[in-house]
Design a protein around this ligand. Structure first.
Ligand SMILES: O=C(O)c1ccccc1NCC(=O)[C@H](O)[C@H](O)COP(=O)(O)O
Length: 231
């Protein structure tokens, strides 16, 4: 993970090459894709995810998430999509710190430089213990809200208790991304309260489509970047 003084911005979830390139032009540092076939909100095929990752080479950091609990399926996704960052946001009862250790052992010799971004479900004070347990095996954390109707950690569209997030930022040596319900209107307040290394947005930088899906709203992304980087 690159470190520096300005707050970094990560945006999920790119579904086409053109919207990913537009997000780069809007100043986004980390761009996420959701390669899956489980009915996740922003999911795309492994092939489309790879096209986006290839198109972003040298322009932004490429992040791909997995909510899977089978380590073989996670490894297959990394092999097909080849992101810079593997974002693990499955059930932490099934993908435990020991499993993340095993994944590192398996993936890093094949993909040197691959970073592991571990999602911490911000469900209550137990999040502090979860972060401590994953810390030895992750390169960075994303502190995220959870929605009962969506597989995995994230895409909830709602904020959580930022005082807990602040406490994890204080305790952890790792770069911390704050996620969950962030948009142009609340990102400055979130940064002031939590002082994260980076902020992330999905739901509140989307443009809903009539069929129930979405595309990214580039104006909202630009407003999010401007608000985040003013701090
Ligand atoms: O992108 C998805 O479809 C997705 C599905 C399941 C878990 C996470 C997912 N998205 C990645 C993210 O980490 C979101 O950017 C993050 O959860 C923020 O979501 P939101 O609260 O909607 O801004």
């Amino acid at each position: 993970m690159e470190t520096g003084t300005s707050v970094k911005v990560q945006i999920y979830t790119m579904q086409t090459v053109s919207e990913a390139l537009a997000a780069v032009d809007a100043g986004v540092d980390y761009l996420g894709v959701t390669p899956s076939n489980r009915g996740l909100p922003g999911e795309i095929s492994f092939g489309t995810a790879r096209e986006i990752v290839d198109a972003l080479k040298g322009k932004a950091q490429r992040v791909a998430l997995s909510v899977e609990s089978d380590l073989g399926l996670i490894a297959d996704m990394v092999g097909s999509v080849r992101p810079d960052v593997l974002h693990l946001c499955g059930d932490i009862r099934l993908v435990t710190p020991e499993h993340v250790r095993q994944l590192r052992e398996r993936l890093l010799p094949l993909y040197p430089g691959l970073q592991i971004l571990q999602a911490i479900p911000m469900t209550g004070p137990e999040a502090l213990d979860h972060a401590a347990a994953f810390e030895p095996y992750a390169d960075s954390f994303i502190l995220d809200s959870v929605a009962a109707h969506i597989d995995g950690i994230g895409a909830a569209g709602v904020t959580h208790d930022w005082s807990l997030s602040r406490e994890i930022v204080k305790r952890s040596k790792l770069p911390v991304i704050l996620a969950g319900g962030l948009g142009p209107d609340n990102v400055q307040a979130a940064i002031a309260a939590v002082q994260p290394w980076a902020v992330d947005s999905l739901t509140h930088t989307n443009k809903p489509l009539p069929d129930g899906g979405f595309r990214k709203d580039i104006d909202k992304i630009a407003a999010f970047v401007k608000a985040a980087k003013v701090n």
